[in-house]
Structure formats: structure tokens, C-alpha cells
Design a protein around this ligand. Sequence first.
Ligand SMILES: [Zn+2]
Length: 609
Amino acid sequence: MRIYVSFAPEGSAVAAFAARELERYLSRMLRGEGEVRIALAADESDPCGPERFRAELTPSGGELRGNCTRALLLGVYELLRRLGCRFLGPGAENERVPRIEAAALALRFEHNARFPHRGVCIEGATSREDVLNFIDWLPKAGFNSFFFQFQVPYVFYARWYEHRLNPSLSPEPFSMEDAWRLTAEAEAELRRRGLLLHKVGHGWTSAALGYEAASWDEAEPLSDELRPLAAQVNGRRELFLRIPLDTNLCLSNPDAAAHFVDLVAGYAEAHPNVDYLHVWLADEYNNVCECERCRETTPSDQYVALLNAIDARLTADGLRTKLVFLLYQELLWPPKRERLRNPGRFVLMFAPISRGFDRSYEVGGSGEIPPYVRNHITLPVNLAENLRFLRGWQEIFDGDSFVYDYPLGRAHYGDFGYMHIARVIFEDVGKLRELGLRGYVSCQELRAGMPNFLPDYVMGRALMDEGAGFDEIANEYFQAAYGERWRDAKVFLAALSDCQVCDYLNGKGPRTNPEAAAKLARAEELCAAFAPGGDGPFWERLAYHARYVCLLARAMRALAEGDAARGREEYARLLEYLRETEPRVQPDLDVYRVIEVTEKYTGLNAPKL
Ligand SMILES: [Zn+2]
């Protein structure tokens, strides 16, 4: 079969890439003689809105039109999906590409993306290949954006190459220059696909204090020259817990505010390729300035004033960069007086980091926002409380927005079957409109594929396609991943998900917990009895998973039964297994992150290295 794919507009790198992708897959798929001609056409006058595409094809070819070049690429992958391709995770080994007859090409469909914001943010420990494979997978799974935290996402790469928390692998040297190089390469891959780039987030406050902040690492004390710019906490202007990234500024100090504005505006000027620039204050909470002048106002009022000053600079420079502001920790409390003067510049990002994952968003929550007490806040514990704050901000800002959420950032390790967390994601996405939010960015490990990548697959499909039901998506996934006996795999993983302890693993609730212990005992039993129902990488991964969950559940059960000593012993066994086997499962399981989360949040610990 001869396959010709043309594209317009001529000279568009993204349209050219979409055409090459279509040609590459179809030439693997189509059987028989003859020729197929397909024309891809994008209307570049509308590059920014939610993507729309439409296909009209016969067995000899036809046309695929999109409202922008990125829509063309998404349309190409949707066409391939309708022809039976399955992109089950990052990397070629997770793809299923069927052989088809030309008659199968006779398809007509039209699609409007359900939400404009559909993205993933880097977390965990990642290699160059992890990042590149994930970026390649994004549009295949329906996503359109990627978020690199910090000016350079050094820490995520360094955790992997230095094999932090895994002494059984020899560390490789990794420098800031290496991080810049890998980031530039990855950003070029995003551009090639027309994907939207989000950047930075935390790190502006520490940069203003003279630190190159690309991690949560501790650092040397403040210089005397810059000390007056730092927040005064408990009577002292120091690094908060010795960590620059967690240290706020004294925003009533005009030098501190001006410095902050200069840094952000200067960055936007130097990086016009960044579509969404995230302007956040320090991480952590109860670390804001307590000086007399700062006390006259609120952190959110100071924040909005900063955002207005940055917007004025960008407007003067003629820059269209969108600024993303964050509702998180003290900034959950809406400002009392200040208002964003140019709402079109801004995107509201709601980050309910303290929510639980036992269930989906509770939309109905009403009630009062508690009074703001400087440096004595407690985070809202449930979603209903989180949502009150969102409503408060929505009363004063009705511009663009999305949720920034963490189902695959920590809690997923407590769902051993991934069916529960996938369903929570699906249901959350279904409630976004009602919450007045226009999309979802997932802050997550990129290696979230143990036992499989179903949660991200569901997220991408649900954000893209209003009509797809959970079971339809899940069945499509299981059939392609596990073959003939896919139902066995699904039944096994659904049973494991019935034992989910997402919130317990995430440190919520008492550590001695009979209910969690019972679920963990059941998960252990299920895993001990597991027998593979087929061959291939997905079944092999499932066999590994059963062993890993057995060890994890055993350690957590000891903790939940109140036997810390036995918990430590069992945990040491888990660590030994994970560390030794990590090379076998590197693309699917982030061992660094499992250990970091179980030690920092769950309360498991092993003898120090
Ligand atoms: Zn102050």
C-alpha cells in the first residue's frame, strides 16, 4: 500500500510532524495494494482555543481538518485510536498497532476537546527517556500541555541520575548544565508537537534572595545584604527551615516586591516560548512575614498587587504570556481589597493539596471560610472545605482556570489496583464544569505505571472526550493490554482496589488503624494467590506488582496494627526488593518516590543508610 499524507499550512513544523506520524503508523497498519491519500489542514488563525477536528475519509483517503496544528496532531492520534491503535503508556513497548484493511479507513467523525487545559506536571525522579517518552505519549493520550517545574527542573533528573534513595545503583554525575541541556531537548519535543509549555511555579522568592532554586534542598544562610528582603518569622529574617524554596519575602518591603517583579518579567521577556508562566510564592505554609507593615494586609492582597505589577510590565513589553496564580495554603484566602486589573492575562489554578482520595470531589460544600490567622493556619482537611476557598476567589475572578491535583503524586501508591484512583480521576473530571474550572493539570510521577498506566489513560480520555464512560475506557485499556484473559486481570485489580488505603498511605488518620490493617491483610492474600493469566509485558508487570504489593502491604499492616518494630523489618524487606529490581521496572515504578512517600507521609521507616 502506498500512503501519501499532505499537510497545510505549508512550513508548519507541527502539521509536518502530524503528517509524518500518520504516514508512519498507517504504513505499518494497512494491508493490500493500492494507494491512500490523506490531506491534513489546519486553520492557523485560531491557535489558542480548545482544539476541534473533523475527519471525512473513504478507503482511498480524504481529509482531516483541525482548528490549529496541535488539533491536527490530536486528530491524527484519535483517528489511529478509532482504527484500533492503543497507546497504553509512554514508550513504544506500550503501543498496540493492528493490521487493517483499507476499508476500515471509511470513517467520519468530529470532535471538540472537552476542556482547554489538559496537562501533566513533572514530579518524582525521571531520566531523559522517561521525560521524552512521556512527552511523546501526551497527545496520543489526549493531553495538550506539559509543566516543567522551576526554571530548570534539575531536581527531578538529579534524583534519578544520582539514584537518590537507591544505593544499589551507582550514582552518575549530574550537573545543572546537564539539566539545562535535557530541558532544552524536551522543550523542543514539546514544540514539535505544538504542545503548551507551563513553567516555573515555586522558586521566585528564593531567586529574589539570591539562591538558584531548583530543588527543596537546604542551603547556606542568607547574606546580610539580602536579609531585609526575607520574611520575618518568629522575630527573625532567616531561611525557613534552612530551605530557600520554602522562604517567603517581606512583600511590604518595596525592594523585595520590585525584585520579585523584575525576576518574573525578565524571565517572561527572555522565554517567550513559555505559554503559561506560573508565579507562586514559597512552598510550605505558616512561613509568611510577620512584620508590622505586612500585618496591615494579607498575603493574598500582597500577592495580587505583585501580579498586577508583573502584568503591567508584560503589557508594556507587548508579551502575551499567560500568568498562572495559585490558590494554595495561605493564598486560599481570597484578597480583601486588591483585585486583578487585567483578568485576561491570568489563569486561576486551584490546588487542593490537602484533599483526600478516598472519593471524588464533593461539589455541594458550602459554609464560611474560616478567618485568616497569620502563621497559624491549618489546611482544609476535606474537599468541601477546600471548595469554599475556591468559591471565594471565583466571586472576585471569573477568568480562565484549571485544577492542579495530585492523585498520581502520592495517594496512588495506596491504590494497589489503580482502578479506584482511575475512577476518582474520572469522576473528578466530570465535576470540573460544575466547579467552574476549565481543565486539569496533574502533578505526578511520570513513572506511574505499576500495575499499568490506566489512571493517566483515563485522565487523558476523560478530559478530551465528554461522551466516554469509565467502563468503556477501562475495558478498551484492559483488552489491549492483557489480551484474551483481560477480564481476569481486571477482576484481580478491581479486588485489589477494594483494599485501597490511599488516605492512610498519604498520612491521613491515626497510624494504628484496624480498618486499614484488615484491607492490607486482604491485599496481601490476593497478591500471594496471584497467577498470571497470559504472557507479555503487561502480565509480567502484574506478576512483579503482586510481589511488590505483598511486601508493601505487609509493612503497612504491621504499622496499622501498631507494631512499629515488625513494620521496620518488613519495610526493610520491601526496600531491598525495590532497590534491587528497579532496573527491571524503571519506566513503570518510581522507586525514589515510593520510598520518599512511605517514609515522609505513611510513617514507615528503615534503619538509616
Ligand atoms: Zn514584612
